[in-house]
Design a protein around this ligand. Structure first.
Ligand SMILES: Cc1cc2nc3c(=O)[nH]c(=O)nc-3n(C[C@H](O)[C@H](O)[C@H](O)COP(=O)(O)OP(=O)(O)OC[C@H]3O[C@@H](n4cnc5c(N)ncnc54)[C@H](O)[C@@H]3O)c2cc1C
Length: 344
């Protein structure tokens, strides 16, 4: 369970307070938004057990339904101006960002005991030398960077089966290699930042609706040149770090290439970078908060996160159908990985 989420760290503190009431099974259908006053005055929610609808007036509404539902509620509530990628106008749904992960190299040490089972989700050593603007970008042609981490996050018998490149994917030799290398390998991985792009955004799906009859939120997203250049550079750095550790065998560094894929754990780091830039041109395009008026009644959760640094984990992919670019559907196949090692 992600450590900082309110379910685990805020609710337990609130529950004993006699003034606090937790209403479970309450699914907010829409915000009660007074357009003239630019103020959210309550929510309409559905009791998901009975289907009964309620209106709850409120002095303050905290919009904490996570990035997709936050944007959905704002768009369906008529708050602010929806983003239009063709004109670049509008703020709601704009600046959707993710993370650039998938860079990894696996190191195998014949005579070293790695003990992958003695691990935890957060175990490892992280370095920020290649993160953000911590290194000289002169001539590199990209912004940002990535954290790099080495370690083992688990030693699960099925998930963790690192074998050197060239090992057959099944059969006797694969079994031998699995037994030989299980306790002798670990990954160096990276997760990079991702900048807002004009064609990466959220809007309302024109076709599909949810069970309440509301349009689904639609995500148009892909990695861009900056992401690929940064990933290639970080891949080289992983190779250098790996070789410096002098392993018996090392996989070629896997570098993030190809289109974005919606993956099993993708949702863990979805940001809408609605940050208030330092330069006037950055700020101009960010009218989300002003759209709520001066005496804003609505606090939005993880939608105002600055771009530069990330600390998130990554996992191997799945086959998925997704929206990329200008809303076209593409079937994306799964890239083969050079090793079957668990990714940090
Ligand atoms: C598998 C996984 C691992 C992760 N690991 C880490 C980690 O190690 N470290 C880290 O920092 N972050 C991690 N994250 C990311 C972290 O969990 C999120 O960034 C964080 O939970 C976001 O908090 P939030 O309050 O904005 O949204 P959420 O925690 O998603 O809370 C939103 C809540 O709103 C509810 N909701 C949505 N719509 C409605 C509606 N219409 N009406 C009523 N309720 C609604 C949802 O049910 C949910 O309970 C991970 C995420 C995942 C999925």
């Amino acid at each position: 369970m992600p450590k900082p989420r309110p379910h685990s760290c805020v609710l337990p503190v609130l529950l004993p307070d006699p003034k606090f009431e937790l209403r479970t099974y309450a699914y907010v259908k829409e915000l009660v938004y007074d357009k003239q006053a630019k103020k959210v005055k309550g929510v309409r929610y559905v009791d998901t057990r009975s289907g009964e609808e309620f209106e709850q007036p409120a002095g303050i509404v905290i919009l904490g339904a996570y990035v997709f539902n936050n944007v959905l509620l704002m768009l369906t509530g008529g708050i602010g101006e929806p983003y239009d990628y063709k004109t670049g106008k509008g703020a709601i749904g704009r600046n959707y960002c993710y993370q650039v992960s998938g860079n990894v190299v696996t190191l195998f040490f014949e005579n070293k005991e790695i003990n992958p089972f003695m691990a935890s989700g957060a175990h490892g050593t992280y370095i920020d030398d290649f993160n953000g603007d911590n290194f000289d970008h002169g001539g590199l042609g990209f912004f940002g960077g990535a954290w790099i981490s080495g370690g083992t996050s688990n030693g699960r018998p099925i998930l963790t089966r690192p074998v050197p490149p060239g090992t057959p994917r099944w059969g006797r030799d694969w079994k031998r290699a699995t037994a030989k290398w299980y306790g002798h390998a670990f990954n160096i991985g990276a997760s990079g930042c991702n900048y807002a792009h004009r064609e990466n955004f959220l809007d309302l799906d024109p076709t599909y609706k949810d069970v309440l009859g509301r349009p689904l939120i639609r995500m148009s997203y892909n990695f861009r040149d900056n992401d690929y250049k940064m990933a290639a550079y970080i891949g080289e750095a992983l190779g250098k770090l790996g070789r410096a550790a002098n392993p018996t065998v090392m996989s070629s560094p896997a570098v993030r290439r190809g289109d974005y894929k919606r993956r099993a754990l993708s949702v863990h780091a979805q940001y809408r970078r609605n940050h208030h830039g330092r330069r006037p041109q950055d700020q101009r395009g960010q009218p989300l908060l002003p759209s709520l008026g001066r005496r804003q009644s609505l606090r939005h959760g993880r939608v105002a996160v600055p771009a530069e640094r990330l600390l998130q984990s990554d996992r191997p992919g799945r086959r998925a159908r997704l929206l990329v670019g200008r809303g076209h559907h593409h079937e994306i196949s799964q890239e083969p990985r050079s090793t079957r090692a668990g990714v940090i």
